[in-house]
Design a protein around this ligand. Structure first.
Ligand code: FES
Ligand code: FES
Length: 156
């Protein structure tokens, strides 16, 4: 039996501990916001946070999540008002949308550590999240916008 904390809730899993954490999230817990892309840790579609670090859930075993704090796209805000979500909406980032949950999770982790990133810092942090639709320019603009929104929220 594995015990995990996912989006603030305690979850117990008594299946195969070697199973990818992504399967546990999507198939057992119905958290479908996290996407399956390559299954090999290469595209970033399956990015979640484990103890605040952006992590590829397709190449992470369910057992590696035991005792850790796990956040998925569903857990970053209860009502879609996280500054990164607001910025994504304002800039209208997504095209097909498939990669965007992973992009947002990586952006949130970047901004938690680097509240006002430069273009170079953004490009370097977002580098492993691939977008077949090529929304990279809008992603960069939205990360800057999210930084602005977070700063103005703190000043209020
Ligand atoms: S699905 Fe996990 S990195 Fe591509
Ligand atoms: S928006 Fe289509 S893959 Fe990124």
């Amino acid at each position: 039996m594995i015990t995990l904390t996912i989006n603030g809730k305690t979850q117990r899993f008594d299946g195969d501990p070697e199973m990818p954490l992504l399967w546990l999230l999507r198939d057992e817990l119905n958290l479908k916001g996290t996407k399956f892309g390559c299954g090999m840790g290469l595209c970033g579609a399956c990015t979640i946070h484990i103890n605040g670090e952006p992590t590829r859930s397709c190449v992470t075993k369910a057992s590696d999540g035991a005792g850790k704090v796990i956040t998925t796209i569903e857990g970053i805000s209860s009502n879609g008002t996280h500054p990164v979500q607001q910025a994504w909406e304002a800039i209208d980032v997504p095209q097909c949308g498939y990669c965007q949950a992973g992009q947002i999770m990586t952006a949130c982790a970047l901004l938690a550590k680097t509240p006002n990133p430069t273009d170079v810092q953004i490009d370097s942090a977002m580098n492993g999240n691939l977008c077949r639709c090529g929304t990279y320019q809008r992603i960069r603009a939205a990360v800057h916008k999210a930084a602005e929104l977070s700063t103005s929220a703190t000043k209020r």
